[in-house]
Design a protein around this ligand. Structure first.
Ligand code: ADP
Ligand code: MG
Length: 727
């Protein structure tokens, strides 16, 4: 389970002399920089800088009776001390109390310490007692000189997450000052807290920073203690409130009202070789109603791979076209973009609609022509990659932006595309339809997507036979090869997938225009090398398979090919000229070749579950019985086997996503690049379902009944800033 560093939510752009920085204002630049690294930008951030764990110095043990296996507090008189040089320079002291003696070793010590630690000194040590060669020992404990009968603290000692240049002592003092300086009165009404069985805010802050003697350390560590639940609830409530406000604000923005005219949409539906499923109909109707409103739609269309999202998007596109508006379709990779281009052209060209393709690596002249067509409005549907929102692209009147595999794009890119459309009309924004085949489990959708409307296609088109998945050790590679040969000889086609980092990631950095930091460039070089290695492995696999199957036509596709090269290979595969396609994960999303019925995935143990499920979705698209073979490098660890078993046992994308969420945290599903996604620092949506639900319900009630409570709560948690908000 991942734990975000406290303060990961980040708070930008605060000026140094805001009222919320009375404590911070006392410190110099160096300390402030260290605090900023911890995500602390205001006094209240210090209040919320919660301990990682606690030392229990509330109980003094006699040396002879102190339990072993955990840290304990003992006290005694120093009877002997000397600096030894074997095996390493160290200060060795003998300490004695009424019950026994103990040797303390300090490996790093200051001369001043050595001067104080002389026979007769009374010391208190906190550390773990081990039985060494010379009896009981403490290596490098916390060590303090004390006067006789000095009282022991009655609260646990907090240990805070910290960073170089900031000591525990200094940090503790800052937190203490901030708690004294901040207004910690409860933002929520007492009857609500009683109903939810949540403790008072101030009480929680005091408890979490200084739990009383005997406090249940396990519950605090696991963040299941009622005080932790209060922190989580407050954080989730702030998230829910801000998202709801954002959603309501959307209702005040203007978008072209695209009334359904049904001329083109009916024409398309009547010429389809299939009937829409009930789920497709439902989703299409929801989009249709949204588009007719004079406010920007922001709808997420979710559906498992192969559920038929594209046709639903195309129907939405037609509604915009019928009203004289342009449509942009953005895909994360060129392969997927070109496939959309083919599909949309196939469906729409016959209806008299001009569909154009706009990619980054087009020939200069073609690009210029296309850009002119987009600007004049002659091009009605513009399909491409992130090239769509570059500066030189100017739309005539963009009415709808469709973003496929939306989690592959950064928030900034989606915003850029939307702003493109608003250049044209004064204050008018295009509608936005996002599609995702990575099913988002309910809790995630409820928290991170609370500001979006969601349509789900929860039904596959009829006639699909489920893909049979097999887990096979690569020691049985020969059998797999035979299987591929049989399938291809019988007229079917196959994929052979090798893991490679997703090309979208490499493209992304450049597209985001992130300035290369020194650390980032090292990481980039590292990734470059890794990529080169992986590329080599797919090239090797390709050569090996070509030698293995002299009778088959084998193709190769990976992220380093040019757009034209990729296009040529994919066309050859689609037409059947290529029988076996060796590929990296560039084919993960969207690729649609119904005659392919077999997929082999190498090193499946290295891939994410949702990714494997996506890959597997490339087969089983035709009527033929399909199979997916997960080849793993043996031996497989029990953990890896359990993970793979999930993909092997279920075909349900939602089920798989839930497991991914549990095992790898939300970042994996939402896409690590979702820089605008408010990462929660306290709540964990994979375990705190009940709190997410409670926060959602309460947010609705508060906003309608007690708007002042909402304002106070948001002020506290967001400091008046809206960094939690998505764009
Ligand atoms: P995805 O949701 O993964 O993007 P696609 O839109 O690519 O899925 O659709 C997968 C395939 O199913 C395509 O070949 C598409 O033409 C076909 N398809 C879509 N809807 C239906 C339907 N209702 N009946 C039969 N086939 C359909
Ligand atoms: Mg798709």
């Amino acid at each position: 389970m991942q734990r975000k560093a406290a303060g990961a939510a980040g708070t930008r752009g605060r000026s140094p002399v805001t009222p919320g920085r009375r404590v911070l204002a006392k410190y110099g630049e160096t300390l402030l920089a260290a605090l900023a690294k911890l995500g602390v930008h205001s006094d209240f951030d210090l209040v919320l800088h919660l301990p990682l764990r606690y030392d229990d110095e509330t109980r003094l043990y006699p040396i002879a009776a102190a339990p072993s296996g955990s840290s304990v507090l003992v006290e005694g008189t120093l009877v002997d001390s000397s600096v030894k040089y074997r095996p390493k320079r160290q200060l060795v002291c003998t300490i004695e109390d009424e019950s026994g003696v103990l040797v303390m070793r300090l490996l790093n010590f200051y001369p001043s310490q050595a001067k104080q630690l002389v026979p007769g000194a009374r010391v208190r040590l906190y550390g773990e007692i081990r039985q060494g060669f010379f009896g009981a020992e403490m290596v490098h404990p916390k060590c303090r000189l004390v006067s006789e009968h000095a009282p022991v603290p009655d609260t646990l000692t907090p240990i805070y997450p910290t960073t170089a240049g900031l000591s525990q002592t200094a940090l503790s003092r800052m937190v203490h000052d901030a708690i004294a300086a901040c207004d910690l009165r409860d933002t929520l009404p007492p009857d609500l807290l009683r109903r939810l069985k949540l403790p008072d805010f101030r009480l929680c802050i005091d408890y979490l920073h200084h739990p009383p003697r005997g406090a249940p350390q396990a519950g605090l560590q696991e963040r299941s203690h009622p005080t932790w639940r209060r922190m989580k609830f407050d954080e989730l409530l702030a998230q829910q409130l801000s998202m709801r406000i954002h959603r309501e604000r959307r209702q005040t923005l203007a978008a072209p009202a695209l009334a359904p005219r049904d001329a083109l949409t009916h024409a398309l539906v009547s010429q389809l070789p299939f009937q829409l499923t009930g789920a497709q109909d439902r989703a299409a109707a929801e989009i249709r109603a949204d588009l007719a409103k004079p406010h920007p739609m922001q709808r997420l269309l979710q559906g498992d791979v192969g559920s038929g999202k594209t046709i639903v998007a195309a129907l939405g596109a037609l509604q915009a076209l019928e009203n004289g508006y342009q449509v942009a379709v953005m895909a994360p990779t060129e392969i997927l973009g070109e496939q959309h281009f083919n599909k949309f052209s196939g469906w729409l060209t016959g209806l008299g609609v001009k569909v154009v393709w706009l990619a980054g690596n087009m020939k200069r002249k073609d690009r210029r022509v296309t850009l002119a067509e987009v600007a004049s409005g002659a091009a009605q549907v513009v399909i491409g990659t992130h090239a769509l929102f570059q500066d030189e692209v100017e739309f005539h009147n963009l009415g709808l932006a469709i973003v496929d595999e939306q989690h592959r794009f950064g928030v900034r890119q989606r915003l850029a595309l939307r702003l493109k459309g608003s250049d044209a009309g004064a204050g008018v924004q295009p509608h936005q339809l996002m599609m995702s085949a990575t099913p988002i489990p309910r809790t995630l959708a409820m928290s991170y997507y609370a500001d979006l409307d969601v349509s789900v296609i929860d039904e596959l088109p009829p006639g699909r036979t489920p893909v049979a998945t097999r887990l096979v050790s690569d020691t049985r590679r020969d059998e797999v090869i035979q299987r591929v040969r049989d399938a291809c000889v019988a007229g079917s086609q196959a994929y052979w997938v090798c893991p490679l980092i997703e090309e979208a990631e490499a493209e992304q950095g450049a597209a985001d225009g992130v300035p290369a930091k020194p650390a980032a460039s090292a990481a980039k070089r590292m990734r470059g090398r890794l990529e080169a290695l992986q590329l080599q492995s797919v090239l090797d696999t390709y050569e090996r398979l070509r030698a293995t199957f002299p009778e088959l036509s084998v193709g190769l596709v990976h992220g380093r090919l040019t757009g034209a090269e990729k296009f040529a290979v994919m066309e050859a595969f689609k037409s059947g000229a290529v029988q076996l396609l060796v590929a990296t994960t560039v084919i993960e999303v969207g690729v649609d070749v119904p005659n392919a019925s077999l997929m082999v995935i190498e090193n499946a143990e290295r891939m994410g579950l949702a990714q494997l499920h996506q890959l597997r979705g490339r087969v089983g698209r035709g009527a033929a019985k399909s199979a997916c073979i997960l080849l793993y490098q043996s031996p497989l660890s029990p953990f890896a086997r359990d993970r793979l078993k999930i993909v092997f046992e279920t075909n349900d994308g939602f089920e798989i996503a839930r497991h991914d969420l549990r095992m790898r945290g939300p970042g994996e599903l939402l896409g690590a690049r979702q820089s605008g996604v408010p990462m929660l620092r306290f709540a964990d949506v994979s375990v705190d379902l009940d709190l997410v639900e409670a926060a959602r319900d309460v947010a609705g009630q508060i906003l309608s009944l007690h708007p002042e409570v909402a304002r106070r709560h948001l002020e506290r948690w967001l400091g008046g800033k809206e960094h939690y908000l998505r764009v």
